[in-house]
Design a protein. Structure first.
Ligand code: AP5
Length: 214
């Protein structure tokens, strides 16, 4: 099964994508996580991506598209995957559609996790991320067992640089301008599914499972 997660920054795409990956035994591919891993390891790709990410903008398509297409050609993607954070622009979506067509494949579901802007800033300021393993928490809605420490790998949790309120506002603006049009794109492709992302995390997941099938 090939799934795309759509939604504003902080809508809960990553939270739900991890659950989907675990339930359906497919890889979770987050372009944001790939960029953050590269930044942490000081690679050339990471250095290029960092300035765009810290400013709340998008990493240019010419960097992002090739990186993602290489990833979905890897062996673990044979039975599908859940894409989290890609595509984010119409050219990214068109490149993905074209690449899949060349492989005789297509996307099965584009799941839009719908959350209004008012809820987003609150969620982001409470999010804590583990730079070690990529796990995410929320200080109120999904707190770790020990404050500031990752339940999975024991490393320290941080507020992401791009989760500061002024950067979140910029990311929301970029989302509305460049990424929201993908909802119509995938509606036209006949694969759009919508879920109410304001509900409790487990309720959101159940709504997604109802769409994807048990
Ligand atoms: P990326 O890492 O993809 O960030 P994002 O899309 O902005 O999404 P987030 O990770 O911020 O949020 P999310 O929707 O996954 O929410 P989460 O589940 O964590 O990208 C970062 C940057 O990289 C971009 O800004 C860009 O610069 C660059 N980039 C990445 N991909 C790119 C691309 N394709 N092209 C160009 N540039 C790209 O949840 C948020 C918080 O809310 C958490 O604390 C969580 O615990 C909590 N929460 C989740 N669900 C619920 C719920 N139902 N109720 C209450 N709280 C909840």
């Amino acid at each position: 099964m090939k799934i795309i997660m759509l939604g504003a920054p902080g809508a809960g795409k990553g939270t739900q994508a991890k659950k989907i990956a675990a339930k359906y035994q497919i890889p979770h591919i987050s372009t944001g996580d790939i960029f953050r891993a590269n930044i942490k390891n000081g690679t050339e790709l990471g250095m290029k991506a960092k300035s765009y990410m810290d400013a709340g903008g998008l990493v240019p398509d010419e960097i992002t598209i090739g990186m993602l297409l290489d990833r979905i050609h890897e062996a673990d993607c044979q039975n599908g995957y859940v894409l989290d954070g890609f595509p984010r622009t119409i050219p990214q979506a068109e490149s993905l559609t074209k690449a899949l067509k060349e492989m005789g494949e297509s996307i099965d579901y584009a799941v839009n996790v719908d959350v209004p802007d008012e809820n987003i800033i609150n969620r982001m300021s409470g999010r804590r991320a583990c730079l070690g393993c990529g796990a995410t928490y929320h200080i109120v809605y999904n707190a770790p067992a020990k404050e500031g420490v990752c339940d999975v790998c024991g490393q320290s949790l941080v507020l992401r640089d791009d989760d500061k309120p002024e950067t979140v506002k910029k990311r929301l603006q970029v989302y509305h301008e460049q990424t929201q049009p993908l909802i119509d794109y995938y509606k036209k492709e006949g694969v759009l599914a919508e879920v109410d992302g304001t509900k409790d995390m487990e309720e959101v997941f159940q709504a997604i499972v109802d769409i994807l099938g048990a």
